[in-house]
Design a protein around this ligand. Structure first.
Ligand SMILES: [Zn+2]
Ligand SMILES: [Zn+2]
Length: 203
């Protein structure tokens, strides 16, 4: 899971959360995420795992008045979801951060699962991905691709054939640019709408 923080240089910076507890707060007037036990925080982030998904995070508000998730107050903890927008506002500063469930595609030496199991086939060329071959796991749909010099199936096309994620070795989603100190609201609006829809469907 990644938290996007707007840094002093005026750019969104991705910080990959490593599955350890973190604190979310405000420092020097802007949002920060830290593992520093002494830092004051507005909320605690605890890792949460199940068998099927990568590690996610639960946000426990410490200062309910000073936190908004997708524009709403939190009355309890929340399992953070892709593109959740968390606004922080306290006497010493304010700002907005975004959480995403994305991870970066990486070129790795393929290793078949230790228990044997069925062979893994490249989703582009449909031939077997052999142990030690350089390859990429699509971070979104989890299909494997060769990525060797002589057979670069991942970067062969600009999209994953399984889920249409970009094959750029970069995050597929970034927060909107900040204009006059405000996050351009499209992403925020979409996140809010999605939250509202899923709450309705939950009934
Ligand atoms: Zn291939
Ligand atoms: Zn994919």
């Amino acid at each position: 899971m990644v938290i996007w923080i707007f840094d002093q240089s005026g750019m969104w910076q991705p910080i990959e959360l490593q599955g350890t507890p973190m604190k979310l707060g405000v420092q020097d007037g802007r949002p920060m995420v830290t593992s520093d036990g002494r830092a004051a925080s507005l909320g605690l982030l605890y890792p949460w795992r199940d068998r099927f998904t990568a590690t996610r995070y639960v946000l426990f508000p410490l200062e309910q008045e000073m936190l908004r998730v997708n524009g709403r107050r939190l009355f309890g903890h929340r399992l953070l979801r892709d593109r959740d927008e968390v606004a922080l506002r306290c006497p010493t500063g304010s700002g907005t951060v975004f959480f995403t469930e994305e991870s970066l595609p990486r070129v790795v030496a393929f290793k078949s699962s230790p228990g044997g199991g069925p062979p893994t086939f490249c989703f582009r060329c449909k031939t077997k991905v052999e142990d030690a071959q350089l390859s990429v796991l699509c971070p979104r749909c989890k299909f494997w691709y060769h990525e060797m010099q002589e057979r670069s199936c991942w970067s062969y096309d600009k999209e994953c054939a399984g889920c249409h994620r970009t094959t750029a070795m970069d995050y597929a989603w970034k927060p909107e640019p900040v204009i006059n100190g405000q996050v351009a609201t499209l992403a925020a609006r979409m996140a809010r709408r999605r939250a509202a829809t899923s709450e309705q469907s939950r009934g």
